[in-house]
Write a protein that binds this ligand. Structure first.
Ligand code: SAH
Ligand code: SF4
Length: 376
């Protein structure tokens, strides 16, 4: 496979696992241990160029720079929120842009990475889909977002990254091979050495890819964007529900749990008078209790996107919804609102930049037929 610049995957050194580095360096006539050094220097010591790999001989650095240039991402903008959230707008080698967010938690820091430039799923409440998908990211470009965020964090006196969320721009399972390779890169002992459990992948529900991921037995944490307990409402919010309705999605999530032993969580963005009423909460309870499993529901206060005509649910509604779901024995929490003052909704910062930079790219979602329609 090759990207839009005609650079083949196998020629993208940032996407190489340690064994690939060893192979390529052997082909260049260098000992295999030079490969382990490269991986370690790039991902642990933030070598930006081959010249930063101090333990390498000069000739090897030059030959590698000519044959396999390191195309690292660069920072365009950093925005710090009042709550410690930091959002980075990053430039890729071909001039495309993605967003990466650093989030502080009690237990440490997590980084939320993008998996595609834009998104094709067209969810009607999200900023990422407004521009469609431009291209997939390579595993190395996803990994480099973590490195860029970590470097920014360290420069501000922060510690190591503890968790990675594949919850930025894009549908990770629409870029399956690169995303799985990215998980292996982040897990590699010579680099970040991050446990698979500390990687969370959020999907809009690409059912065949959920089965495939379950069979990889990695076992990363899976989050499924549910947002509605019935097909009619979910279809209004998420066009993917046409191809993969709830009767296919829930069994896929159960299969993931059975294969990996990892509790699956459902994300549910709270939209005022759309999916936040008590009747909808009861419907959600019925849906989940029909398949008794260790489910978890994560209610997300909706981050307003001016182009999308919704309103966030009042917090009182969000709490009542949580209480009702919990009363029926289903674990349910409200996600802390982070980065409200820095356009933290995924895709918002990039969308705003693109609107200024390349107005011809801006397309709007078709108008929705009705604004109401809550079941009860
Ligand atoms: N494409 C993947 C992952 C990225 S979005 C997915 O859809 O799951 C991460 C989560 O944020 C998803 O649950 C998504 O539905 C939700 N989301 C998107 N836009 C949002 C917004 N403006 N406010 C709150 N949540 C949003
Ligand atoms: Fe894409 Fe996820 Fe946004 Fe839907 S919610 S448009 S799948 S990024």
């Amino acid at each position: 496979m090759s990207d839009r610049r005609g650079v083949k995957d196998e020629d993208q050194p940032l996407s190489w696992l340690p064994e690939t580095w060893a192979e390529r360096l052997s082909q260049m006539g260098a000992p295999a241990y030079r490969g382990r050094q490269a991986f370690e220097w790039i991902w642990r010591h933030d070598a930006r160029t081959y010249d930063d790999i101090g333990v390498w001989p000069k000739g090897l650095r030059q030959r590698m720079a000519e044959r396999y240039p390191l195309r690292r991402v660069s920072e365009i903008r950093v925005r710090r929120g009042s709550d410690g959230t930091t959002k980075l707008l990053l430039n890729l080698a071909d001039g495309e842009r993605v967003e990466t967010v650093l989030l502080p938690h009690d237990y440490g820091t997590s980084v939320c990475v993008s998996s595609q430039v834009g998104c094709n799923m067209g969810c009607t409440f999200c900023a990422s889909g407004l521009l469609g998908r431009v291209r997939n990211l390579t595993a190395g470009e996803i990994m480099d977002q973590v490195a860029a965020a970590s470097a920014t964090h360290r420069a501000a006196g922060g510690g190591a990254v503890h968790r990675i969320d594949l919850m930025g721009i894009g549908e990770p399972l629409d870029n399956y091979d690169q995303v799985v390779r990215f998980c292996r890169l982040a897990h590699a002992a010579l680099g970040l050495n991050l446990g698979y459990r500390h990687i969370t992948l959020s999907t809009s529900g690409v059912v065949p890819a959920i089965y495939r991921l379950a069979d990889e037995r990695l076992p990363i944490t899976l989050a499924v964007s549910l947002h509605a307990p019935n097909d009619a409402l979910r279809l209004r919010l998420m066009p993917i529900n046409r191809a993969y309705p709830l009767a296919r999605l829930i069994p896929a999530a159960r299969y993931y749990f059975e294969q990996t032993g990892r509790r699956v969580s459902f994300e549910y963005a709270m939209l005022r008078d759309v999916n936040d009423g008590p009747a909808t909460a009861r419907e959600l309870v019925d849906l989940l209790t029909a398949t008794p499993m260790a489910w978890h529901v994560n209610l997300i206060p909706w981050n307003p996107v001016p182009e999308q005509a919704y309103e966030p649910s009042p917090m009182a509604e969000v709490r009542s919804f949580r209480d009702l779901v919990q009363q029926h024995g289903i674990s349910c929490t409200i996600r802390r609102e982070l980065g409200q003052d820095i356009d933290a909704a995924c895709g918002q910062l990039r969308h705003r930049e693109e609107a200024d930079r390349r107005p011809s790219r801006i397309r709007r979602n078709p108008p929705r037929s009705s604004a109401g329609g809550q079941s009860g």
